[in-house]
Design a protein around this ligand. Structure first.
Ligand code: CDP
Ligand code: CDP
Length: 221
């Protein structure tokens, strides 16, 4: 067990995990792990290599050898920037399809553990507190109503000049939530030792302050 502190932030799509986790990491000077990006990269690399998203053995073998780097806010796969490519709606669905396979999840474990470096780590995803960092010093289950989350995703897409359909986004979020919660390998759930933080009515700053306050109780300054 490592004594390097980890703050694990898990929750459903568009609950604000990434935004809140990055701000908490900045405030504490910690490293940041966007674990969802790894599943998105597996989906993208699978597509590029013509491996079907239901082919567990081939995906797991490929995932173990992927050369992934996070640098200056960009995601690199084999030296190529894929930050935008992995954020597409197609890759959101693909990530949740490849993420059901235990072999794929196992292949990504060491890579995630390597992010635990001094002075600490803030990690966001679906199983940070339950599987990847079960000994995390602070665990948060971040959520918001599906309607609020769909609205947030809609505004994000429109803000980037994309076409977006609110009803379609809500349907996609609900089907991804269902797949993430119902799978047998590392399903999305609130850990017993995680605090529940519903951000439906909270600003980003309020959510960040709540996480920092919780972490300050369990992580020595
Ligand atoms: O990482 P995750 O999919 O959980 O969500 P995100 O990408 O961090 O957040 C989705 C959007 O919701 C972003 O545009 C955030 O700025 C916004 N947000 C918000 O409006 N209020 C919050 N309390 C948290 C996030
Ligand atoms: O940003 P958003 O919350 O929409 O998605 P993400 O965090 O990038 O994750 C994309 C997909 O990867 C999720 O729907 C999950 O199926 C999967 N995932 C996972 O299984 N375990 C994680 N720790 C992170 C993501």
């Amino acid at each position: 067990m490592s004594s390097i502190p980890v703050i694990a932030i898990d929750g459903p799509s568009a609950s604000g995990k990434g935004t809140v986790a990055q701000l908490v990491a900045q405030r504490l000077g910690y490293h940041y792990l966007d674990s969802g990006a790894l599943y998105r990269i597996v989906a993208l690399a699978g597509k590029q290599a013509s491996i079907a998203w239901n082919d567990e053995a081939a995906l797991a073998a490929m995932a173990a050898g992927l050369k992934i780097r996070f640098e200056n806010g960009e995601i690199l796969l084999d030296g190529q920037i894929v930050s935008e490519a992995v954020r597409s709606e197609d890759m959101s669905r693909g990530a949740s399809e490849v993420a059901v396979h235990p072999g794929v999840r196992r292949a990504l474990l060491d890579l995630q553990h390597d992010f635990r470096q001094a002075p600490g780590l803030v990690a966001d995803g679906r199983d940070m507190g339950s599987v990847v960092f079960p000994d995390a010093q602070a665990k948060v289950f971040l959520t918001a109503s599906a309607a609020v989350r769909a609205e947030r995703r809609y505004k994000q897409l429109i803000g980037k000049g994309n076409h977006a359909n609110l009803a379609q986004i809500l349907a996609d979020i609900e089907s991804r939530d269902a797949r993430d919660m119902q799978r047998s390998a590392a399903p999305l759930r609130q850990c017993e030792d995680a605090i529940l933080l519903d951000t439906s009515e909270l600003t980003i700053d309020q959510a960040v302050e709540t996480v920092l306050q919780h972490a300050s109780k369990t992580i020595p300054a």
